[in-house]
Design a protein around this ligand. Structure first.
Ligand SMILES: [Zn+2]
Length: 402
């Protein structure tokens, strides 16, 4: 049986149903929950069935005798405490745990189809588990990541996610992404948790910075390097589109066939160039590298911008001290002024937070993996009638797998 303090009295097999084990707590007495007095005066037996972990294909039911005792002191009856099963539940705690684990890997309907537990029971299990979880505050939270995910791509339906970066664990998920919503969740963690946070990695949004500065007195705000790179890539991509459009325009208006041929060569070079320009150069295969050479041949501006993009990526990869980072970013900025005006401004505005990155190399890079998992959950057959169900399901995933 493997449940501490419980003994099996008898067992019987029922064809087509499973095995019923008659169980009882060991010991002839119990403590009164009101006054703590130990009592052995049996008042009455109360038997009921709960489902337990199956043995292979065989379903197991426990016929529990939950005894009632009469307290000498209070002169009132009380029921004994059974740790392995919640009150008014039709399954053991360990079965609930296993089912939740299975649901997290599959979906509710395929688990219910096995016939051991019903959809209603599973929903009850998830709800119980989430209540237990929602009460818990983040423990030992030192590095926090705040990021956003798009629940429905392109629909602007964003929600903020809070991540324990050291444990790569989702610890919070919000319906929206406003400063007030984040603030409320963090206030719920309490001063003790907030004061222990050392670093918070955020995207380049002032609202998050304000909340962190206000609520976490000991935390350094770190601008996430991937968001800085995203901005640089965006600017690079805008230039790529601009040059492509220009080449197309010139071709349309070209008066001589020579003019046209020159621009067609440019256009050919820019075709399908997005990936090779934006992707890390070291990750390109031979064919993609050849494409990159072709792009750079037809566009001196994209050539310079691509080199600058790779250069700042190297700085983020290699500099290990804020002072080195500061110096190298300064050099980069003077070279990039002409090509990356927007990114240049961003770096100036967020300089403190960007160079803070170089000390511990804290980033929200794990968000990507977490985001992928969230998408999988969303796609699974569990019909999320509302955001709350989806949120519970997502948070439980990390709760149970850590
Ligand atoms: Zn009592």
């Amino acid at each position: 049986m493997n449940i501490e303090g419980i003994k099996v009295i008898s067992h019987r097999q029922h064809e087509g149903i499973g095995i019923i084990l008659q169980v009882e707590r060991i010991g002839k007495e119990s403590s009164c929950p009101r006054c703590g007095t130990r009592s052995h005066r049996l008042h009455q037996n109360h038997r009921y069935l709960v489902k337990d972990l199956p043995w292979g294909e065989t379903f197991i039911y426990l016929e529990i005798n939950r005894r009632q005792f009469k307290c000498k002191k209070c002169v009132k009856p009380f029921s004994e405490e059974l740790e392995f099963v919640r009150k008014r539940r039709t399954y053991t705690k360990r079965l609930a745990k296993q089912i939740i684990q299975e649901v997290l890997e599959n979906d509710i309907h395929s688990i219910a189809k096995k016939g051991l537990v019903t959809t209603e029971e599973i929903e009850r299990m998830l709800k119980d588990a989430s209540k237990e979880f929602l009460k818990a505050k983040p423990s030992e939270l030192k590095r926090l990541g705040i990021d956003e995910i798009a629940l429905i791509k392109g629909k602007g339906n964003y929600c903020a996610v809070l991540i324990d970066l050291e444990k790569s664990k989702l610890i919070g998920m919000l319906d929206g992404r406003t400063q007030e919503e984040i603030r409320e969740v963090m206030l719920g963690w309490g001063k003790e948790v907030l004061e222990k946070v050392e670093e918070v990695s955020i995207d380049l949004w002032k609202g998050y910075k304000n909340v962190v500065t206000e609520l976490m007195p000991n935390a350094q705000v770190v601008a996430d390097r991937f968001h800085v790179m995203a901005q640089i890539n965006k600017e690079l991509d805008t230039q790529r589109k601009r040059e492509k459009r220009q080449a197309e325009d010139v071709i349309k208006k070209a008066k001589t066939s020579e003019d046209k041929a020159v621009q067609e060569k440019v256009l050919e070079g820019l075709k399908k160039s997005k990936y090779v320009l934006l992707k890390n150069e070291s990750d390109l295969n031979e064919e993609q590298k050849a494409k990159l050479v072709q792009v750079k041949d037809v566009s001196p501006t994209l050539n310079s911008m691509h080199e600058l993009k790779e250069k700042i990526r190297q700085i983020f990869e290699q500099a290990n001290h804020w002072l080195t980072g500061l110096f190298k970013l300064g050099v980069w900025r003077s070279e990039a002024k002409k090509y990356f005006p927007d990114s240049q401004n961003t770096i100036i505005r967020w300089l403190d937070e960007i160079i803070a990155y170089f000390d511990h190399k804290t980033t929200s890079g794990v968000v990507e993996g977490i985001n992928n998992k969230l998408k999988l959950i969303k796609r699974s057959a569990y019909g999320f009638r509302n955001f709350e169900n989806f949120r519970i399901r997502c948070l439980l995933n990390w709760q149970f797998n850590c």
